[in-house]
Design a protein around this ligand. Structure first.
Ligand code: GLC
Length: 482
């Protein structure tokens, strides 16, 4: 039987987590970049959505080659975002509202400007005479670069400014463990663990073989030419994960393992959850969605995610109406759901800035939040770091005033998910319709783009579309069948 302590520890089992991209949430000092006091000021918005927790994308000091994912000090706050006192105030204010806070832990690499790179070169992975193998960096180009100072080559799974740490060196586990304890001692509730499939590479650094079949997650074309067999996702990743678990104690660990669902098991032995990226990348048709969801539910530890700061916005991928159906899906599947800031407004991709900031092309997914229709969209009194979204999407203030808005839909869905039963059963459904049961509720989502009469009857609790009879089509509909 569950004890009360178990229940408190497992707060995340059915949680909705809201991803805050701090740079784009709310600026308070007019420099055009969001900051920690801004998040504290906007906690009302997060709270009113009804979510359980927020995940903060990195707030650590960073030269910005990967906007915070290139860290120079894992146990400090970048002055662009504020101070450690601002952080403590945010944490306290979030907790006072019953909102938990997850940090973004970046253990697989540091910034090349991190003091460790010079003071502790043995914490990184080196090759003396040129690249040790054919591995490719996730954002393109070879995964090895020459360090002009030592003349040796270092491994980087991402940008050259992000040298990979060597998790086969116990010092690394010790150092990252200390970082985790630093944040846990301040009171954070857990970590989203970045690039966790890259922690352990092949000990012999063997070449990745040519790919023989497509990878079910998006990869840049030159990366997709190789099978990522030795450059990550190794069978002995558990040695690194054990160390993370040891440092985290009971705190929540959500792994960003960028691997197919069938490979998640090794991660779930140590982490509480892993994102299910197959859903994010699934072709938007009922058969594929059903297949991906069925397998993910079986895996037992999937955190649902349809969008984040790395991929095109949901509304740009599946259209405005489709994005409302996607919200229904995200929030009625069994288990925790992660929702990216701005999706609750149905935000599409933003404009590319004249001078791109992210070299991997992800600026349009990180557009600042439009809070109101005033100057700077209520986001900043200064010059926003990225172009603001145009009037194709209503601001938070506009949508607050509109019962039919996407924001109102998100709020209703998050309330409704608390009433859904624990069970989950995919149902046979008409062509183009994905349907499943959660206890006494039946959820159907029409992704065919065609009007389709649904065969079920019951009381319509919620419909995502404006149709007079949601059973006659409905991008998405929830019925009670009892
Ligand atoms: C993860 C992050 C991404 C970052 C990369 C390297 O995939 O989500 O934004 O660029 O790791 O840290």
């Amino acid at each position: 039987m569950d004890t009360e302590a178990d229940t408190a520890r497992d707060w995340w089992r059915d949680a909705v987590v809201y991803q805050v991209y701090p740079r784009s949430f709310q600026d308070t000092d007019g420099d055009g970049t969001g900051d920690l006091p801004g998040i504290t000021r906007r906690l009302d918005h997060i709270d009113r959505l009804g979510v359980d927790a927020l995940w903060l994308s990195p707030i650590y000091p960073s030269p910005g080659a990967d906007l915070g994912y290139d860290v120079t000090d894992h146990a400090a706050v970048d002055p662009a975002f504020g101070t450690i006192d601002d952080f403590d105030r945010l944490l306290e204010a979030a907790h006072a509202r019953g909102l938990r806070v997850l940090m973004d832990l970046v253990p697989s690499h540091t910034s090349i400007e991190h003091p460790w790179f010079r003071a502790h070169p043995e914490r990184y992975i080196w090759s003396d005479d040129g690249p040790a193998n054919n591995w490719r960096a996730a954002f393109g180009g070879p995964a090895w670069s020459r360090d002009p100072e030592s003349g040796r080559w270092y491994l980087h799974s991402f940008f050259p400014e992000q040298p990979d740490l060597d998790w086969r060196n116990p010092d690394v586990a010790e150092a990252i463990g200390a970082v985790m304890r630093f944040w846990l001692a301040r009171g954070v509730d857990g970590f989203r663990v970045d690039a966790v499939d890259r922690l352990i590479k092949d000990e012999r650094l063997r070449d990745d073989p040519p790919a023989t079949r497509p990878f079910p997650l998006y990869l840049r074309p030159e990366v997709a030419e190789l099978e990522l067999r030795y450059s990550g996702d190794r069978p002995d990743v558990g040695t690194a994960l054990t160390a993370l678990r040891h440092a985290a104690g009971d705190a929540l660990l959500v792994g960003e393992a960028y691997v197919p669902t069938a490979r998640l098991e090794a991660y779930l032995e140590h982490l509480d959850l892993t994102f299910c990226f197959e859903l994010l990348h699934a072709a938007w048709n009922a058969d594929r969605l059903g297949e991906v969801i069925g397998a993910a539910v079986e895996s037992g530890g999937c955190a649902w995610i349809l969008s984040n700061h790395d991929f095109p916005r949901l509304a740009s991928r599946v259209g405005t109406e489709g994005a409302r159906g996607a919200a229904l899906l995200l929030l009625t599947l069994p288990g925790p759901a992660f929702l990216f800031q701005g999706d609750e407004l149905g935000m599409p991709n933003g404009a590319e800035p004249a001078a791109p900031i992210d070299r991997a092309g992800r600026d349009p997914f990180r557009t600042p939040m439009p809070w109101d229709s005033g100057p700077g969209a209520g986001f900043t009194t200064g010059l926003p770091w990225l172009p603001l979204i145009g009037d194709e999407v209503g601001s938070v203030a506009d949508q607050e005033a509109d019962e039919g808005s996407t924001l109102a839909l998100y709020r209703r869905l998050i309330r409704l998910r608390r009433e859904l039963g624990r069970g989950f059963q995919l149902l046979d459904a008409p062509e183009g319709v994905l349907a499943y049961e959660r206890g006494d509720h039946l959820i159907a989502m029409n992704v065919s783009g065609e009007r389709t009469a649904l065969p079920w009857r019951g009381d319509v609790v919620l419909a995502t579309g404006p149709e007079p009879d949601p059973l006659e089509t409905g991008a998405g509909v929830v019925l009670t069948t009892a």
